[in-house]
Design a protein around this ligand. Sequence first.
Ligand code: PHE
Length: 329
Amino acid sequence: MSTEFENLGKLEREARAVLEAAGNTQALTEARARFLGRKGSLSSLLRRIGELDATERVRVGQAVNTSKQRIEAWFQERRRALEEQAQSHALDRYGLDVTLPGVAPPRGHLHPVTLIEREMTEFFSSLGFSIELGPEVETEYNNFEALNFPADHPSRDLQDTFFVEGGHVLRTHTSPVQIRAMTGRQPPFRFIALGRVYRHDNDATHYPMFHQIEGFLVDERVTFGDLKGVLYAFARHLMGPEVQVRFRAHFFPFTEPSAEMDFSWQGGWLEWGGCGMIHPRVLENCGIDSERYQGFAFGMGIDRTAMLRFGIPHIHLLFDGDVRVLEQI
Ligand code: PHE
């Protein structure tokens, strides 16, 4: 039998010496590869084991495997030693204990209003509504005139408008997006618009900036019944299957007939928003034939829903950005 196979003991001793001499992990990995790797000494020996006769083969095969295990064990031992060395080195030099658990950075989350907005958007997307956007600094025309508020009508003041120079306002509602979305297009329409709106109003339930969602649908043969069906489904989606919705006759310049909606909440009613059939004049202002097409529209605050859902008692808590509050959501 070839002496190479007899010299396993010598190979082992050599391997041990090389592993012990390795001064860092890279050298150690290279040392291991030299003996145990696919092209290492022991693997080449094993590959040539066929040169031996059958009984020898078994004996030598076992011997080579035992050597492999021993060398692997030395390798592991040396690796641990090197790691400990590196660690105590880091400790001495930088006062750094690399084995201490890390500090997990606190993870943020979406704002409650954003969470509710996403939920609302998902609901209306599932009904085939798509999203329209408009600017927060809006023309007086889109915010009022086109929506059938007569010029200089007191209702403009009732909305506590923030006026901006040059015939602009901070939009007081999302309804001007109706004008933007419908002008220059022809029905059928199914749109929602979400965003910030501004009114000069400030107390426990009002903030000068808040969020609304507007929805509108225009087609042939649209009825108030369609509007109620959509709003009932929406309320159930937000508040659960038990929720009741109540419609009260109301007035908006841009819908006729109009209603305010409430939903049931803890044995009472909470004001939810406004709705109605889009006023024919609004459709005409957008270049739509109001004899042929009808539509409904609705608009409601988003912040209220977020407050109810997350048990936030005061609207200011939503926007003050106090981490102690936001962490609880
Ligand atoms: N824009 C109205 C408001 O802000 C709500 C509304 C929207 C009413 C659509 C009717 C139709 O109060």
